[in-house]
Every structure is written in structure tokens, then in C-alpha cells.
Design a protein around this ligand. Structure first.
Ligand SMILES: [Zn+2]
Length: 244
């Protein structure tokens, strides 16, 4: 493992432009702030308030909208850590989205709730942090077929982003995943972005950090890589808070 990967800091151009926000996509294995609020994650589409999610894991839910300046967090391995901001009301949220959570619309539920609280789509930002990329995420063909029946996806009429050919990741720091089945290569971050776009989020309000946990993040960042090679994996905490 090179030191450059180990010490990498993940920054968001959109969030760095906001003076009233503090955030981190932490390296896998690093401890979150002690006062962070987060849910007991269940791959659901349930959104909690910051009050409900503190003490941490008190309630089940996969996203947290901050109630005050306490940090709100999610923990992930290959799933998507998503930080969501409403610039108008100065609200912040964190969402955890694996395949089940994203297809159930966890991030859309957060944006819906922020709009109930006074946001408009143009005032929202969605930042997708380190997660397994299409370079390393193979799914069986039946999973794709099942996804097409999924109510949130079919009501949005979203095109599923997958390819038969494994995309090459030119930023890979170690070998990409090898095919384990005669499956397809699925782009979960792109699905989350496409869903947000069909929901009404302007494309310039979305940012993908584009770091694959399997082949280009820290050594022990990937659940799936651990299932292929062992060696363990550690959770990544991503958090955000409003600075009063
Ligand atoms: Zn990869």
C-alpha cells in the first residue's frame, strides 16, 4: 500500500465552496466525531432526524437530516456515502445507499423531506463519496431483471447503467475485480445520480468523487474485495455538519 493512498483526503468541490459547512469522507477505519448522530443502518429508505439518530444507532434508518449543528454521519464499505445539502435553509444530511437503499430511493426521500422543510431542487447539492465503481461491481443478470420490476425505478423510468464489458479504471491502484459469474458490470453511483436527475436535481448540483473502494481507495475499504481475498475490511464514516 502506498502512503499516497493511505493518507488520501477526499474533498468535494461543491462542499468546499460553502463556508458554513464542515464535512469529511473519512478513510476506512477512522473513528467519526464522538458526538455524531447516525442510525442503525438496515439498507432501508428510512430517513431519521438528528435528534432520533443520537445517541448513534438508537433508531433504525439509513439517512439522517441534521436537527442542529451536531454532525450527522453514515458508515459504508462499498455502498454509497451521500452528503446532501440545502443551501437555502442551510440544512445538511447524510445517506447510506447500497443497491437496496438506492433502488428504494433513500437519497430521493432525503431530498423530498428537505423540500418539505423549505428547499427547492435548485438549492440542493448531492455529493457521492468513495463507493464501489462499475470497474469492480459485477451483478448477476437476474438482479438486473429484478431491478426492472422495482417500483421506484419503474415509476422514474430510469435507464439502468450497466455494461457487459468490464470498464477499465485508469485510476486503479490495484487489480480490478475479476469476473466471478457471467454477469454484468453495474454503475451504482451513476444510478443514484440518474435517479436524482429524474427527480429534478440539476446536473450541476451533483458531484461524484469517482473513487472505487475496490481498486482505488485505501487497502481495506472494500467489503467485496474482502470476500474475494480476505484480509478484512473497515467501515468508512462520512459526516457533515452546519457551522453555526
Ligand atoms: Zn474499481
Amino acid at each position: 500500500m502506498s502512503a499516497s493512498i493511505n493518507t488520501r483526503v477526499y474533498r468535494s468541490r461543491l462542499l468546499d465552496a460553502l463556508s458554513w459547512v464542515e464535512y469529511q469522507f473519512m478513510p476506512a477505519g477512522a473513528h467519526p466525531p464522538e458526538n455524531a448522530a447516525y442510525g442503525h443502518q438496515r439498507h432501508s429508505a428510512v430517513v431519521l432526524s438528528g435528534h432520533q439518530a443520537f445517541p448513534a444507532k438508537r433508531c433504525e434508518g439509513d439517512a439522517v437530516i441534521a436537527s442542529d449543528s451536531r454532525p450527522v454521519a453514515v458508515y459504508t464499505a462499498d455502498c454509497l456515502p451521500m452528503l446532501i445539502v440545502d443551501k437555502q435553509q442551510r440544512r445538511v444530511a447524510a445517506a447510506h445507499g447500497g443497491l437496496r437503499g438506492v433502488t428504494a430511493g433513500i437519497h430521493l426521500n432525503v431530498m423530498d423531506k428537505l423540500c418539505e422543510l423549505g428547499a427547492v431542487p435548485e438549492s440542493l447539492l448531492l455529493i457521492i463519496g468513495p463507493a464501489i465503481g462499475p470497474c469492480c461491481y459485477e451483478l448477476g443478470q437476474q438482479v438486473i431483471a429484478d431491478m426492472q420490476q422495482q417500483p421506484v425505478l419503474s415509476s422514474l423510468r430510469v435507464a439502468l447503467p450497466w455494461s457487459h464489458q468490464q470498464p477499465v479504471n485508469r485510476l486503479a491502484q490495484r487489480p480490478q475485480a475479476q469476473a466471478q459469474q457471467n454477469g454484468v458490470w453495474f454503475n451504482l453511483p451513476a444510478l443514484a445520480e440518474n435517479m436524482a436527475s429524474l427527480w429534478g436535481l440539476p446536473s450541476e448540483n451533483v458531484e461524484q468523487l469517482g473513487v472505487c473502494t475496490y481498486c482505488s481507495a485505501e487497502e481495506h475499504a472494500s467489503y467485496r474485495r474482502n470476500t474475494h481475498f480476505g484480509g478484512g475490511y473497515q467501515q468508512r464514516f462520512s459526516w457533515i455538519r452546519r457551522i453555526d
